[in-house]
Structure formats: C-alpha cells, structure tokens
Ligand binder design. Structure first.
Ligand SMILES: [Zn+2]
Length: 308
C-alpha cells in the first residue's frame, strides 16, 4: 500500500488495477475520484492510460460525461448543448472527452463516453430517444463490470441502481430543468424525466452486495478503496430488493429530503425532515424541503418529452 506522500505512477496503477481483477477484454464502467488515489504522476491522464492498458484493445472503458441542466429555459437557450459541451462529472469525464478515439452518446443530458472495442456500437445506440441509463443497461446484459475507485463519500453506487430504478419506474419529486440541443438541425428543448440518486442510499446497497457475494474483489488503487463488481449480479439484487421490499429503499438520514419527501413509494415525512434540518441550521435545505413537498411534481410519469 502506498503511503500518503508516495507518488503513484503508471506502472503502479496498472499493477493495482490488475491485482483488483480487471482483465484484458473487460467491458467496464468506471467511477473514480482521482483525489482519493493520492498524488498521481501525470494526474488523470495516467489513470485513464492505465485503465486502457489493462483492458487492452479488446476491452472497453465507459464513463459518464453528463452535462448540466438549467432552471430557466432562457438560460438553457444561451448554453445550447453540443457533443463538445464539457461534463460536470469530473476529471475522468473531461479527460476521456479529449481523446481522439473517444465516442460520446448523443443523449442530450446523460451522455456517456467510451473508448475501446465496443465503444462505437454502445454509444451509437444511446440517442435522444433512449432512457438516460440505457448504456449501463446494455452493459448489464453484455457481461459488463463496474469499477469504483474512491471512498463512499466520493464515489456513488455501482452503476446499476439507476437502471433498476428506471426499469421499475420508481417516481420522485424533481424540480423542472431544461437544456436545448440540435436534432437534425432543428433546435429542441429537453426536460429530464428521471430520478436522482441519494448517495447514502445507493452506497448502503454495497453491504447487501457483499452479503450476496456480488463483489468480484475489493482492494486499493493507490490510496483509494477500490471495488470491482459484476453489473448483472448487482442489478439482479437491486431488482429483487425493489420488487419485494420497496419500503427499505430509503436511507436512514432524518435530514435526507430525497428519501423522506422525494420518493413516491415511501411515506413522506415533511414535519420530521424540517425539524431535523432546522436543528442542523440548514435553512436553504429547509426551504428546498418545502419546495419539494408543495411545488415539485413526480417524475417520470406526469410528463413526456418536450418542455411543457
Ligand atoms: Zn437519502
């Protein structure tokens, strides 16, 4: 294991990824926090190079390169989304977008990016008409793996929870937001109609994956906790959980607006959430709780494409 001060280079990174169980030919979704790894020689470039080296030309590296949405249509119109719009998803997303051999999906908001053998075919299928997480869904049924590099506070989930939630059509209150993009050279408005994840809730599931042996391996990449999972396995466990004990699909944080007010499938508790938030002096979030309860509408379900 590296000490905090030790710098981590390409060879070391390749070694750590291989030790974790990543293999030549793997189709893998990557969620990584560079900061958690420690001091990396060459920074994010080195991490991506190492991932590509381990999976080789037969393999495929996939990551999210989502773009932000806007609360007002006017602001959205000033920032029309194109295939070169930078991602808010962090260093890895923007590093992969800089590579000449990258493919990026044409979904207007939940854009994925990939390099490797299956990159083009996988990205080509993810269009404005697709569901937001269809790339991951395709990976689940093509033997895809997910790698997490970074602690529970830095990296969310194992790449399959959103797919399960979307498949089972769980609904959640969500603030309306917009983007504009060109489709066949005509300007289109797009409004997200999927749910957000609660970081605690999504990460709580990892305990369940562990119990059910869905984790291929756990280890370290540099100083970061790392975990490799089989997407089909975690997905099956999630579908099973969501079908059979929907009530348990909430985090245990009394201040969590999403889990206490947002989900349609759980009993809402505005009173308790507000009290808890006020105790923590979180006034902005208290306002947000009221707003979610009284103003926001459940999505998806009460809206279709278009921006009405
Ligand atoms: Zn929560």
């Amino acid at each position: 294991m590296a000490t905090d001060r030790e710098s981590i280079g390409f060879d070391r990174m390749v070694w750590d990824l291989t030790t974790l169980g990543l293999k030549r030919g793997d189709l893998v979704n990557v969620k990584a926090s560079l900061k958690s790894i420690g001091f990396v020689e060459g920074g994010i470039k080195t991490l991506l190079d190492a991932l590509l080296e381990v999976v080789g030309e037969e393999g495929t590296i996939v990551t999210e390169s989502f773009v932000r949405t806007y609360r007002s249509k006017r602001e959205a119109k000033k920032n029309i989304v194109t295939q070169s719009t930078p991602s808010y998803a962090g260093a890895l997303a923007n590093e992969i977008l800089n590579r000449p051999n990258v493919f990026r999906s044409t979904h207007p908001v939940q854009k994925f990016a990939a390099i490797g053998a299956q990159a083009e075919s996988l990205m080509k299928k993810h269009t404005p008409d697709s569901r937001p997480y269809d790339v991951l869904r395709e990976m689940i049924f093509s033997g895809g793996k997910n790698i997490r590099i970074g602690g529970l506070d830095k990296v969310v989930g194992v790449g399959t929870t959103h797919v399960a939630v979307d498949y089972l059509k769980l609904q959640q209150k969500r603030e309306a937001s917009y983007i504009y993009f060109y489709k066949n050279s005509s300007l289109q408005c797009f409004k997200p109609d999927w749910v957000n994840g609660c970081q605690i809730l999504f990460n709580n599931l990892i305990e369940l994956f562990e119990k059910k042996n869905a984790i291929i391996s756990k280890g370290k990449v540099g100083n970061a906790d790392a975990m490799l999972t089989e997407m089909k396995q975690t997905y099956d466990i999630e579908i099973d959980l969501l079908k059979n004990s929907l009530d348990s699909f909430r985090c245990n944080n009394p201040s969590c607006i999403l889990c206490n007010i947002g989900w349609k499938h759980t009993k809402t508790n505005l009173h308790g959430t507000v009290i808890s938030l006020l105790k923590e002096k979180k006034y902005g979030l208290t306002y947000r709780a009221f707003q979610m309860y009284f103003v926001n509408k459940y999505q998806p379900g009460n809206m279709k494409s278009g921006c009405k």
